[in-house]
Write a new protein. Structure first.
Length: 610
């Protein structure tokens, strides 16, 4: 179903409730978007809908309004604990956003209550809230919802309360499948009644999504809404009013260019995307010191309790900078975003389109800029062909100054900043190696020394990718990095104590093993040792947000010292683990380690915990 035009809400072939029309006027939604004018009448006429529309096209209202209308027309009014509508969405930020929109309409319909079930909150408290206040409309992420279905021991059997369900909505359905929620969705769908209305909303269509349509929808009406002025064969996937640019700069000058651009647009609202959580932590702290008098927030998938608060703080700002991973790339509606900056091109071309879609929403103007290296310029052609996403070249950023010495000074002043830089570098290299466009983003063509300069590192980290690389042109700082102190006095005190105990300890005797007599046994033992080191490394790298991560590292340092005292590790192992926190395992397991580390630092898998 195409060629749907915009119009007033009164022009719909179905009549909306007066309170809904009044709420739309208060929200200043004077005209419908094409996806709204197409979906609302079909939903209200009891049709299943599978809608595909570009990001920022107003899909939320396209299902919020029909949900309320359908519940109003029920013959048997819903009781306090009966669920009539369920909205499933991939991330907690998107769920919060939908809940806010729904709350705006429910102010005039006090007979309906909604509940939000997302990660980051206490599930026991969610159960008690449900028991106390009830809920007719449920907005949830898959993981938490599946958990709620299994909590029969808490005196709440959701599988019974859901039998009154009239409407199911899967928002950002393609993203639900991309993030590995297939098993959770299948488990949830098994609890739901077959006689229901189902709406499936997405920005892109995939083969997996087509399977979900066939499994969960009954003879759905398929709606594809294209941008005005775009040929039917082109199927442009980005908003028509988006100005999409790219700029070319050397890898060692990349951060200098970013800082210069941000300083020149202080009065505007900007999103800066990185590929890994570690990069967000490192560069976010650096930007706080380099770009003055601008609100700067950081958000990534490994944050647990702070994500909701940070998202709520940033949304109403008129100007500011949000440093983030792809956890903010899909469906999130942040008002009046002027620029979307992609410091790292995303690992998938699909994510590129969704990142750009955080601006130029609902017919507004917006701009996006991606920073590319000279060897990556063919990525522009790839996006134009593969994603129908043309980009225009932007000239060099003017008035670029070298701020890397200031970043080095931050690392010298605080060992925590030094550690963040090392982790960010390692995670970025490993994420680059996993890019889906491996013919364009060739990790073996990276200039690792220049990249380290761009990260303002004080020394090169030890990692498998650098083992056979010549990094002789990297100039290591004259300062002994072991002397860099933590600003956190408690953490530094413990570190100094551990170093003193290490020096005072007598050298452990060197035990020579004859590994030739039983090669099979020695290989098996080495394999177990490598596995233990990998698990320990993952646990050390798994941090939460801000100060919580530093506390975990402090506890880890204590555990390492205890292992040394018990003779479980040698002094050489102790020193390596203390000073080379980012060191990865030996060469014969580098492939697995790189894959594991990169996946942990990518935002998308973190969102699965929602």
């Amino acid at each position: 179903m195409d060629n749907v035009t915009e119009g007033t809400w009164e022009s719909l072939p179905v009549k909306l409730h007066d309170n809904i029309l009044e709420t739309l006027r208060e929200m200043k939604f004077t005209y419908m978007t094409p996806v709204q004018s197409a979906c609302i009448p079909l939903f209200m006429r009891n049709k299943d809908v599978a809608a595909e529309a570009v990001t920022g096209s107003g899909k939320t209202l396209a299902f919020v309004i029909p949900i309320i209308e359908i519940l109003l027309k029920r013959e048997d009014k819903l009781k306090k604990m009966q669920v009539g509508a369920l909205v499933i969405t991939p991330t907690r930020e998107l769920a919060l956003q939908i809940s806010e929109v729904m709350a705006g309409f429910l102010q005039k319909f006090p007979q309906f209550k909604q509940i939000l079930l997302i990660g980051g909150s206490n599930p026991i408290e969610d159960v008690e809230k449900f028991k106390e206040h009830g809920a007719n409309i449920m907005i949830a992420t898959p993981g938490r919802l599946e958990d709620m279905f299994r909590r029969k021991a808490d005196g709440l059997d959701l599988s019974i309360l859901i039998k009154t369900l009239d409407v199911l909505v899967l928002d950002e359905a393609d993203r639900l499948l991309d993030m590995g929620f297939v098993a959770s969705l299948n488990a949830i769908l098994a609890y739901l009644p077959k006689q229901r209305r189902t709406g499936l909303f997405s920005a892109t269509q995939t083969q997996e999504l087509e399977k979900l349509v066939r499994a969960g929808l009954r003879n759905p009406v398929r709606i594809t809404v294209k941008e005005k002025g775009v040929a039917a064969t082109a199927t442009q996937k980005t908003p028509a009013r988006l100005c999409n640019y790219y700029t070319i700069c050397r890898i060692e000058e990349k951060f200098n260019n970013l800082v210069a651009f941000l300083r020149q647009h202080k009065s505007q609202k900007q999103l800066v995307f990185f590929n890994t959580c570690a990069s967000v932590e490192y560069y976010g702290r650096a930007l706080e010191a380099l770009v003055k008098n601008v609100p700067i927030r950081c958000i990534h998938g490994k944050m647990k309790n702070k994500r909701n608060k940070i998202f709520a703080e940033f949304r109403p700002l008129k100007s500011g900078i949000l440093v983030c991973t792809d956890v903010m790339a899909r469906g999130i509606d942040i008002p009046e975003v002027h620029w979307v900056l992609q410091y790292d091109p995303p690992s998938s071309a699909c994510a590129f389109v969704h990142r750009c879609g955080r601006t130029a929403r609902i017919g507004n103007q917006g701009s996006a800029l991606v920073f590319l290296l000279p060897m990556e310029e063919s990525y522009v052609t790839f996006l134009s062909i593969n994603q129908k996403c043309p980009l225009d070249r932007m000239g060099p950023v003017p008035d670029v100054v070298d701020i890397l010495p200031k970043v080095k000074a931050l690392a010298l002043a605080d060992r925590a900043m030094y550690d963040r830089g090392m982790r960010a570098y390692v995670s970025s290299v490993q994420a680059y190696a996993k890019h889906e466009c491996s013919l364009i983003f060739r990790v073996k063509d990276l200039d690792f020394s220049a990249m380290a300069k761009g990260f303002a590192l004080l020394r090169m980290p030890k990692m498998p990718e650098l083992r056979d690389k010549a990094c002789s042109d990297f100039v290591r700082t004259d300062v002994d990095t072991d002397t860099i102190r933590y600003k956190d006095k408690a953490r530094e005190k413990l570190r100094r104590k551990m170093l003193a105990e290490l020096k005072a300890r007598e050298p452990l005797p060197v035990v020579k093993r004859n590994l030739v007599k039983n090669q099979a046994w020695s290989k098996q033992t080495n394999k177990k040792d490598r596995k233990k080191r990998r698990i320990a490394k993952r646990k050390r790298d798994e941090g939460s947000d801000g100060d919580d991560e530093d506390l975990k590292e402090l506890l880890n340092d204590t555990r390492i010292l205890k292992r040394l005292k018990k003779g479980k590790i040698t002094e050489e192992d102790f020193e390596r683990q203390m000073t080379d926190d980012v060191q990865v395992v030996p060469k014969n397991s580098s492939t697995q380690t790189a894959s594991t580390q990169a996946s942990q630092n990518n935002a998308c898998p973190d969102s699965q915990k929602d």
